[in-house]
Structures are given as C-alpha cells and as structure tokens.
Design a protein around this ligand. Sequence first.
Ligand code: CA
Length: 241
Amino acid sequence: MPDIAQNAARPTILVVEDEAPLMTLVRYNLEKQGFRVEEAADGQEALLRVAESKPDLVLLDWMLPSLSGIEVCRQLRRKPATRDLPIIMLTARTEDQDQVRALDTGADDYVTKPFAMEGLLARIRALLRRSGTVPSKGTLTFHDIAMDQDAHRVTRNGRSLHLGPTEYRLLEFFMTHPGRVFSREQLLDAVWGRDIHVEPRTVDVHIRRLRKAVNGPGEPDVIRTVRSAGYALDLEQGAAA
Ligand code: CA
C-alpha cells in the first residue's frame, strides 16, 4: 500500500491514555493512517505491554492513574531494551517548565492537549523517521501538483489541497505511476488492499472526491477516465474526461 504502511510491517504505536473517548479518537485516526495500535489505560499496563512486545513508538499521557506518564517514561529510559524507544508525551500542561521536564525525563517530543490530530500525526511521522522506523520518502510531483510524502501535504499551484486519507493514497499511487491506466480492481488492490472487500464502484466515488479536491476552477482535470478500462493520472487528454 503506498502510504506509511507500505513496509511489510506496519509501525505499531502504543497509546497510553486513561480517557476512553480520547483513546478512541486517537486509535481511529492512527489506524486510518495505516498504523497498528496497542492500548494501555494506565502506567503499569503500559510497562507490561512494552515488556511483552516492544512498539515502534509510545504515545504517553502525562496524567495517568497508578503511575504517571513521567514515571513510565523514566522507567523505560532506565532499561537498555527501551532506552531508545521513541516516546511522545501528551500533556495538558502548558507551562514551559513542564514541557522541559517531559523532555528532561527522556521523552523525544511532547504534544499539548488539546491538540489537532494532524499536528499529532506529523509529530509521530517525524519521530518515526528520525528513529529509522519509517524511511524518508521525499516529494512526488506531477505537472503543478506536489506531494510531500513525509509531511503528507499536497499542493497544486502552491495552494494546499485537502484530501481525505483514501484520496491521498489514490493520488499517491497515481503519482508514482503517471500516465498508466488502472482498472478499478487494480486500484482496489493497490490502495485499499487485497484482503478488503469493497465494491469496485467505491473507486468511482473516491475518484470523484479526488477530482473535486485537486481540480480548482479553471484548472485542467488531471484524472483521465478511460471508458470500460479505468483511470489514469494524465493531463494531455484530461479535458476529454
Ligand atoms: Ca489522562
């Protein structure tokens, strides 16, 4: 799959958070981005989870029952096996002093609650790249479209495009194979994955959304519809679509 999960093993993130609604929200968004998610609702459970199977990154809430996030972080850093485990602290505290304390304890980064999901995802990706879990991918371009695969940012003519996760993966797949025509089934395999059963017509829905997001007023359509064959990222005959 041409996203962050393209490497055989999907990065696993252990989320340590006692607020169930926030856990649900974070899990939903991480899974949507192709991460595997493990959960722990308190500090003790977090340490057990890490000992059982080491995740690629820990998202660690500061305020936890039984054992605080700071204490969990300190204990993880003391053990050779988890000395370098990437850790992002979630803190409700905005005082600079507390943030310094989080980093002093050994957290690699921190995010202050309430946070925007996109910002959190960007921090996670950046840290996974720094730790070598996710290779840096660089920027794809097609005509006036640029896709920064590390920041997950897409622009056309310098203007930011807002793509849903499926549209992003579709466009990323097209941009790595410009000009080639793909059937709906091929797109399903490449973008949704073989083991997911989705109606081929679903592809049409996402192609429509992608067109709407990518083609601004007066801009040529970059997606070509090939009758009874499928779709291609193609400018030359895009107008005929
Ligand atoms: Ca908490």
